[in-house]
Write a protein that binds this ligand. Sequence first.
Ligand code: ZN
Length: 261
Amino acid sequence: MLTRTEGIILKTQKYGEADLIVTCLTPDTGIIKAFAKSSRKTRSRFGSSLEPLTHAGISLWGREQSKMHKITQADIINSFHSLRESYYDFVNISKLAEILISMMPEGIPSRRLFSFFLDILRFMKSSGPQQHREALYLIARIRLLAVIGCAPRLSGCGRCGAKSLDFYPDSGTTLCRRCAGAPDRAGRPFMRIGNRTVRFYAHSIEWPMSLSNRLRPDGRTLSELSGLVDSHLKHLLSGQLRSSGFPEAVSPGNRHAFAGG
Ligand SMILES: [Zn+2]
């Protein structure tokens, strides 16, 4: 069966001499893997429409339940060329794509997720000076986690609701002293966070992305929250995110130290 859909190319892997395996996000079938024959031949228009981050109209061949579809045609809707050309943008968006691929099972339709990801690409393409991009990408990571239902909880103790500023990455939430003091939890590492971090986090989730440019966290808040999100992700994915291996400039959170528990 031939179906026509839209897709955002999240990742490509070389296959054989001239082929690609493409992971893309579609509105109707969620994340899918598809085979693109001969797409790596030189100056192939087919190939350039399958570059990572491209938003394309694609024709898929294969049964609905099929594990691997075949892409028979692809036409660029928006190439997001400028984001792919910038190392900083490409690394940060690849991080988002990686979170998505690791956390979402294939084949689950989600129009919301598709529009969310497309909005991020459009927004980052059109957004301003370099110095705010760090905050914008952090906000994008937080919002993505919220859209897929895995965002850390910072609004009080995750067990009893009491006030707390101690975040426990192994639990994905802040916990009060009493709840964190259970014998089975002894010695678990936590991070003491500031009130500003909690406020900025709440705004990151609540404010529409289009207003995120107005959020101007100070350096300390930014590095604290980005460290928190990184360790939350590490626990979620049970292993370090692969793109966290990129230079430190890309991931300032790596410099954050844990408070001893
Ligand atoms: Zn508690």
